[in-house]
Design a protein around this ligand. Sequence first.
Ligand code: PLP
Length: 386
Amino acid sequence: MTEPSPITRAVRAGIDTDRTHGAVVPPVYLSTTYTFAEFGVPRPFDYARRGNPTRSALEQAITGLEGGAGAVVTASGMGAITTVVNALLQPGDVLVAPHDAYGGTWRLFDALARKGAFELVLADLSDPEVAERTIRQRRPAVLWVETPSNPLLRISDLAAVSRLGHEVGATVVADNTFCTPLGQRPLDLGADLVVHSATKYLAGHSDVVAGAVVSSTAASAEELAWWANCLGVTGGAFDSYLVTRGLRTLHARMAIHESNGAAVVDLLGRHPAVAVVHHPSLPGHAGHALASVQQRLFGGVVSFELRDGEGAARRFMESLTLFCPAESLGGTESLVSHPATMTHASMPSEVQADAGITPGMVRLSVGIEQAEDLLADLGRALDAAG
Ligand SMILES: *Cc1c(COP(=O)(O)O)cnc(C)c1O
């Protein structure tokens, strides 16, 4: 019999493995500690921070989906990122990261760089010339890539930047939170590590904070698991159970996020109140050609600009009834956010302008509700904003 696909293995992570009672869904192992088999002989699990069967099943499922050699599940996406920078960087090393990285990622990198942990260089890695010049000149120990970026969904060429990174000896890390392994597999394109905020699409129900680091080699997976345990940022058993439950339906949810996203992009593009729509599925988007070959999904995150600026954004958001005004993304329910006053509020307005964030910009995380209901809600609110 051939090996089941990664999707089938994710759907069935831990299913029918309970030999005590024959439970179909695996039990959650809440025990913090495990007996030694005999004097001096530990079992595979000894202490739950280092590892437990519930987390281990999730680690195997994520590893399979990303096509990696191993993974460690962490208490949050930031826990995953903390693990990577601690494992890979030392004082004097250069970290090259995107100028429009996730805000929490930027804050961690900036704070650690200020303490002398490493030197931080920010660059627009979605611009091939800027990426090449920065990587060749700064010779980073770690090259951080996030594609698509937030909120403009800029696309960076994973294969090209991985090749450049390897030429100068960098470890290439891709944050694959937005696409999920069903949308793109950075390890196949040359990245060494993938990090996830599993809080978003992987868990998918906006009820658990978790993260993961997937490695392309067994040695690096072991090293990162060692660091995560050492730092104390490994994921808890119940959180791991929730993420595993989410992963079972990832392929089904992503298909609906994708089709609902496409319907929303279409509606926005035809409404007179909308000045511009940012989504990699659009031929006019700067990253469209690249996304079409690099990604298998364009995704359910869409941003757009209203013609009448912040006033219109406010009227639009206050008129919505289904889309909840909240940060985060990737849950089954639709969310709307205003980057300038929410996710990116800590940026001074000139830095926002540099990053392409305007007062009239709105970001949607399109959920898996019935498409017609979402379109009706958006249509009404756009009319009110107009
Ligand atoms: C949310 C997010 C993170 C941080 O993850 P947490 O689970 O909130 O700690 C990192 N990267 C991206 C792209 C994110 O969207």
